[in-house]
Design a protein around this ligand. Structure first.
Ligand code: PLP
Length: 464
């Protein structure tokens, strides 16, 4: 309160000094957090005793600030804040304290175990994160040839639609699809002077296909463009693309980060100093902060503070969940692979998986030497005809405990027939490009006892 009294009469200079003190304290908190283990960072982030007393009535849990705006003591503070000269959150479309705690924790986890500096911008959904991460590179520049971007075709259905329809058809931007993201020659052959960024999913949803992040990053940087990776299905507990050379990583935090299923959220985390042939120096120096202060503010994909805290709350157990889910998924994948009614099973942890070696290089449970390959797998049920789906539907409709839904990363196991759901809208041609068959079933393992999951699968196969 005493400090508060003084603040009423602070001059602009005093506010700038006060702002600098807060920034120094934040840097010190980041330095300390960088010395902690993954689970500790996930649990505490930058929220400590001091922060709880200063900003949150000494509460041990981060606040849900369901407030639209911040108040200011005087005009000097307001002026400095709105010129972004001192730490401020202003207005929840620009920033919010609850979102801040999520952003700081994600930035720490995405760079865990490295001295890479990064910033994070939390966004209303995974799709909004993808749009916000890619759009700045598609700005007008008459000194360059007509623009294109190069993206793996093995991506989430929503991403395929955003790129093919919203960017391609509606805006006339050329999308160059990579059919086999594992093939480095294909990436090289698609990049030219007009290319603005490279984009891939690791591992992809639902085919769980992967690519060599470090090698594709080299191709991107040689061509002076960034590599953007969607690592939703690995999460920072298994794979941290920034450490392998990616410039920007996006997460649908809706999924395994917010496993309870209480909120839709996305994050965009960028290392400081990204590679790009377009954009200002300020944009390249700290992309995620620049995004937050400018396009995020102007386009308005703000994350609700409620959802931010839901995601933050689940984030604390991310690594433990991923360990459990990955173990279950491997057991289920081995069961499916041997099952007479299954045509093929796809899981990076299977020895038979074509990218198993590369997956093993990139997918490790943080703070261990153990590989863990995530919660998601896909399989095709044996059909009477190659493009049939009769058996797949019989099996699917017979599931009792496993949920039929278009969702993944949940604490509850969910099964999805992708051709009639997530990938329905992209049509047969689009599905062929993404290697999705009518009989493809995606399974996202939850945290139940895996034997009960297998028992449900077994009884459902019995109905085929
Ligand atoms: C779900 C998903 C998205 C989209 O995220 P939303 O939060 O649903 O907008 C993007 N990428 C991947 C890999 C996903 O699984």
């Amino acid at each position: 309160m005493k400090e508060g009294c003084k603040l009423w009469s602070y001059t602009r200079e005093e506010w700038l000094e006060y702002g600098k003190k807060l920034m120094d304290e934040r840097s010190e908190k980041i330095r300390i957090a960088k010395t902690k283990k993954f689970d500790t960072v996930a649990t505490h982030g930058l929220y400590d005793v001091d922060t709880s007393h200063t900003f949150n009535s000494a509460s041990i849990i981060e606040p849900i600030y369901l407030s639209t705006a911040q108040s200011y003591y005087n005009s000097a503070e307001m002026e400095a804040a709105l010129a972004y000269k001192i730490p401020t959150w202003c207005y929840t479309r620009i920033a919010n304290p609850s979102n801040y705690f999520l952003e700081e924790t994600i930035a720490l986890l995405e760079t865990y175990g490295t001295d890479i500096e990064a910033s994070c911008c939390a966004i209303s959904s995974g799709m909004a994160a993808i749009r916000t991460a890619t759009e700045p590179f598609l700005s007008k520049d008459d000194s360059l040839p007509p623009m294109n971007f190069v993206a793996s075709a093995k991506v989430y259905g929503g991403t395929f639609q955003q790129f093919a329809l919203r960017r391609g058809v509606e805006q006339g931007i050329e999308v160059r699809w990579i059919r086999d993201p594992f093939d480095l020659e294909e990436w090289k052959s698609k990049v030219d002077e007009g290319t603005r960024f490279l984009y891939g999913e690791f591992p992809s949803n639902p085919q769980v296909s992967i690519f060599d992040i470090a090698e594709v990053a080299k191709i991107a940087h040689k061509n002076n463009v960034p590599l953007i990776v969607d690592a939703t299905c690995a999460s920072p507990a298994l794979t941290r693309p920034l450490e392998h050379g990616a410039d920007i990583v996006v997460q649908s935090a809706t999924k395994v980060i917010c496993s309870s299923g209480f909120g839709i959220a996305g994050t965009l985390t960028a290392k400081k100093g990204i590679t790009s042939k377009v954009g200002s120096d300020e944009m390249k120096a700290d992309f995620a902060t620049w995004v937050k202060l400018w396009p995020y503010r102007d386009n308005g994909p703000a994350l609700s503070p409620m959802n931010a805290i839901m995601a933050l709350s689940d984030l604390r157990y991310l690594r433990m969940r991923m360990a459990h889910m990955s173990k279950s998924a491997l057991k289920v994948a081995e069961y499916l692979e041997k099952h007479p009614k299954v045509e093929a099973a796809h899981y990076p942890g299977l020895k038979s998986y074509p990218g198993h070696k590369v997956a093993s290089k990139y997918m490790k449970l943080a703070d261990t030497d153990q590989n863990a390959y995530g919660f998601m797998l896909a399989f095709e049920i044996r059909e009477k005809t190659p493009d049939g789906s009769e058996n797949a539907r019989k099996f699917y409709d017979a599931l009792e405990m496993i949920w039929r839904a278009t969702d993944l990363g949940r604490v509850k196991t969910v099964a999805t027939l992708n051709a009639i759901s997530t990938h329905q809208q992209q049509g047969e041609e689009g599905r062929a490009l993404a290697s999705i068959k009518s009989s493809t079933c995606r399974l996202a393992l939850g945290i139940e006892d895996v034997d009960d999951v297998i028992a449900d699968l077994e009884q459902a196969f019995g109905k085929v």
